[in-house]
Write a protein that binds this ligand. Structure first.
Ligand code: FES
Length: 72
């Protein structure tokens, strides 16, 4: 029996996905997952889409924070 896939939403950041074997990107393409945990971009700013490359931290400083986001 395999462990269930776990998804955690990081406030102001990516989705952390544990246990997935592939991610379907916004173009419908299956992207293989080779690591136990991967970070999926939610800000649409990553140059390594669908993976988070940390760009959300730069974008966060350019707009007002939501109440659930940590300070940069
Ligand atoms: S969420 Fe990290 S680069 Fe988009």
């Amino acid at each position: 029996m395999t462990a269930p896939v776990q998804v955690r939403l990081c406030p102001g950041g990516p989705l952390l996905v544990r246990g997935a074997t592939e991610i379907i990107d916004e173009g419908g393409n299956a992207v293989p997952v080779t690591r136990p945990v991967v970070a999926i971009c939610r800000c649409a700013g990553s140059s390594r889409s669908p993976w988070c490359d940390g760009t959300h931290k730069v974008l966060r400083t350019r707009r007002p924070r939501t109440p659930d986001e940590p300070a940069p």
